[in-house]
Write a protein that binds this ligand. Sequence first.
Ligand code: FMN
Length: 395
Amino acid sequence: MPGELDKPAPHTINSAMDLHARFPSLFDLKAKAKRRLPHFVWEYLDSGTGVEAARARNRAALDRIGFAPSILHGPQEPNLTCRLFGQEFALPFGIAPVGMSGLIWPDAEGHLARSAAREGLPFCLSTVASQNPEDLAPHLGSGAWFQLYPPKDPDIRHDMLHRIKAAGFTTLVLTVDVPVASRRERQVRSGLTQPPKMTPRILSHVALRPNWAMGQARKGMPRMRTLDKYIRGEHANLPPTAHVGYLLRTAPDWTYVEWLRDHWDGPLVIKGVMQPDHARRLESMGADGIWVSNHGGRQFDGAPATIDALPAVRAATTLPVIFDSGIEGGLDILRALASGADFVMLGRAFHYALAALGPKGIPHLVDILRQDMISNLGQMGVEDLRALPAPIRLD
Ligand SMILES: Cc1cc2nc3c(=O)[nH]c(=O)nc-3n(C[C@H](O)[C@H](O)[C@H](O)COP(=O)(O)O)c2cc1C
């Protein structure tokens, strides 16, 4: 019968409803993720830096943003689609780059890329991911972004850009908020070293999470596969993550941005911008997007809340503004959009979902965020994301 095919099969509805009953919000996924991951992996994923004040500020500042409730507007059908870099996305959010996602779930990047393609969301692969661009190529949708920690060696730079383009990544994201390594004391306390070593302490964490250990054993311990090709000579025997230090330049300068602009012909986004002057200068240099982020509070504990930095950056540039750091639900996404963002990304949230439920956690989280946006838009009487009202400060 026409129309019947559009309906999901009954067992799909039941299992999705069941997931919503058991894990109605990101907090339920996060609690389950914590129970399933070895302690050092949990600390890697969840931690900030310092006393985690920047992380707490991200949350508190988002909670201070409210909207006037609406009444008597009758039934509504919200439109959640969103345009960015000339492309239409099903929803106004996507998956931020996370290094070594394979530690959270085997082939995490493959699952994230496939889910993003199915759901019509952008997925951003990290330079220090545990999958390389070539292996992901068959799974990428039209919103494939690549995050660059730029290689020092010019030949490697050229080669990496070539590989990314050939694999089907359309948008290049340069991360600029890692001028030095951050201290991430929680990670250190957990026994995680750089590069990671299998100490008795780490082994004791692993022993308590046999399912995680079995999954990793089947796939092999994750490593930064994009860099494999460049490891030569005396460096060949170093541990898997030791290559970052001599191959990559996490603290690029303005000339590096110029170089990239000259050598990448697709959209170029600069991630980790918190100041209006910087946004203005980047726009004048030919960037295509500004990504406002404090790295989820993982880099600089003195940084302002990202949502507090957003309005001034928005006012300083005509470019699309992407936002991340601390997004935990659909209402947070609306808060960011109403404060000047054109698009929102989430890092930890997708990984809590993966750790909690495996691959089916990703569409479940997307659905939680979608439903939460629809519910809050209903309270606000708004049908179109482009018509969000100015937020109210709830001090
Ligand atoms: C475990 C972890 C690893 C990350 N690795 C990277 C990375 O390789 N490159 C990058 O630009 N950002 C990285 N980020 C930052 C995210 O892209 C994003 O800015 C941040 O997670 C947003 O905050 P949220 O986790 O509260 O959503 C990482 C974040 C986490 C939690």
